[in-house]
Design a protein. Structure first.
Length: 305
């Protein structure tokens, strides 16, 4: 593909004349342009273009709370009227793909080429990250990708304080399924547990496989810290529903651990260690974990093996 499928435009200066120039540039370059209010809204697009007219506006990009998250998800390119090597370096270190010094329409060809290159680099990066960080048995992200995503959110929370909760679930019962139904049954059961967890959450929540018997659930957007315990209880109830493998009911048990940002840690690794440690043992009174036997019988979406 020679151009981004969709480009989000952000104009900090809200300059009508510049906006008209960018629209004309996008039309000439065959780029689908979608103007966005902020970088968070722009994250669903292949590319994000910031157009700034002064060094002051360029410097202001460094303090945008949504910029690191947008740069993680999309190819962020900045078109700046004035050069500043120091500011450009800072933005590149924040994840910006390219800073183009120029103006429209004179430098339209340069900008179009930089956008195409940035989007292609981001697609390669995303593919490599997905291939490296995916648990092949379940299709879920694994620990590396979970930690990377958590670190991005922690950086955002430092600018916009809000609750963030990590839930760890240690699930047992795979060995029993393998003993009864064969080795592949354990893999099928694990995949079905992953589907069950994913189905009990919002699209914005992250489910990861962080070990052969451990799942991590990241709740990045919560109204209150108490919502974390409510969701953990919901997930435990979801695993109480019958799981059928090869036409046979299987039983699993889950131990649950909880870590809340910033109460239990201010970095991804600390939060993960805390949640996993809580989920590592059998339930103890007041210990923050719960071991829940799952019933037997048929359940929706459990027919296929």
């Amino acid at each position: 593909m020679n151009s981004p499928a969709a480009l989000a435009l952000l104009l900090p200066a809200a300059d009508a004349a510049v906006a008209a120039q960018v629209r004309a540039f996008a039309a000439a370059a065959g780029i689908a342009l979608a103007e966005a209010a902020d970088a968070r809204a722009a994250g669903a697009h292949d590319g994000v273009l910031y157009v700034v007219g002064t060094r002051t506006e360029l410097a202001a990009l460094r303090s945008l709370a949504d910029l690191p998250q947008a740069a993680f998800a999309s190819a962020v390119v900045v078109l700046a009227a004035d050069a500043d090597a120091g500011l450009e370096t800072e933005l590149l270190l924040m994840g910006v793909q390219a800073v183009v010094v120029g103006s429209l329409p004179a430098d339209a060809d340069l900008l179009a080429r930089q956008l195409r290159h940035a989007v292609l680099r981001k697609r390669v990066e995303r593919s490599a990250r997905t291939a490296y960080a995916t648990d092949l048995a379940t299709g879920l992200p694994h620990e590396t990708q979970l930690l990377e995503h958590m670190s991005q959110l922690v950086a955002l929370r430092e600018r916009e304080p809000a609750a963030m909760v990590l839930i760890a679930l240690r699930v047992e019962g795979y060995a029993q399924a393998a003993a009864r139904l064969g080795g592949e049954a354990a893999n099928v059961l694990r995949r079905k547990v992953a589907v069950r967890l994913r189905g009990a959450l919002r699209a914005s929540d992250v489910v990861a496989a962080i070990g052969p018997a451990m799942f991590g659930v990241l709740l990045g957007h919560l109204e209150s810290k108490a919502d974390g315990e409510r969701v953990a209880a919901k997930l435990a109830r979801a695993l109480q529903q019958p799981v059928v493998v090869a036409g046979q009911p299987c039983t699993v048990a889950a131990s649950v651990g909880l870590a809340i940002y910033p109460d239990h840690g201010k970095d991804a690794a600390t939060l993960l260690r805390r949640a996993v440690a809580q989920a590592g043992g059998l339930a103890t009174s007041g210990g923050g974990s719960s071991t829940l036997p799952v019933g037997r019988g048929g359940a929706a979406n459990d027919d296929a093996s």
